[in-house]
Design a protein around this ligand. Structure first.
Ligand code: ZN
Length: 169
């Protein structure tokens, strides 16, 4: 995100802090987190992750997902992103957690994390992901995961019993 100029009058913007910016003419700009969704798909104790093919954090792993559209229901947005990124059709989604991720240096995302209880199809990566791979759930807490989700793996295990009681078809 380029925060150099005011979106109202195009004067130079100055940061008061990470959230509040103001231009020379006094127009404020609020650099608040943008809402995104991602989905945890489990097969036993393995989780489906996408290897990023683009910056930021190219080569690292993320949950499949993406930014919500304007006015879009979060669950519908999550299903849309999963369909676009993996080709899978998700059934029921349970809200797992919400995390405020520092996506880039001056850009944050409020990430709404869902658990998919069932889905149909075989994962096929689109252009944004180099590959879709099944990894042990512990990968989420490792160095190769793009952004930290503190406490999420414990929450997943608490809900699913170590990921054993969800199935795909
Ligand atoms: Zn301005």
């Amino acid at each position: 995100m380029d925060l150099n100029f005011c979106i109202t009058c195009a004067a130079p913007l100055a940061a008061r802090d990470d959230t509040e910016y103001v231009c020379d003419n006094g127009h404020p700009y609020w650099n608040e987190p943008r809402a995104s969704t991602c989905v945890v798909l489990l097969d036993g104790d393995r989780v489906l992750v996408a290897e990023r093919a683009v910056e930021p954090r190219k080569g690292s792993y993320i949950f499949p997902g993406g930014f919500l559209h304007f006015g879009e229901d979060p669950r519908e947005g999550a299903r849309r992103e999963i369909r676009e990124e993996t080709g899978l059709s998700c059934g029921e989604l349970t809200l797992l957690d919400v995390h405020n991720l520092r996506y880039q240096e001056n850009e944050a995302s409020l990430s709404i994390v869902f658990l998919a209880h069932d889905w149909q199809g075989a994962p096929a990566a689109d252009d944004d992901a180099a590959a879709l791979v099944w990894q042990p759930l512990d990968v989420v807490d490792g160095d190769r995961f793009a952004w930290p989700f503190p406490g999420l793996t414990d929450r997943i295990r608490g809900i699913t019993g170590a990921g054993a009681d969800v199935a795909h078809s």
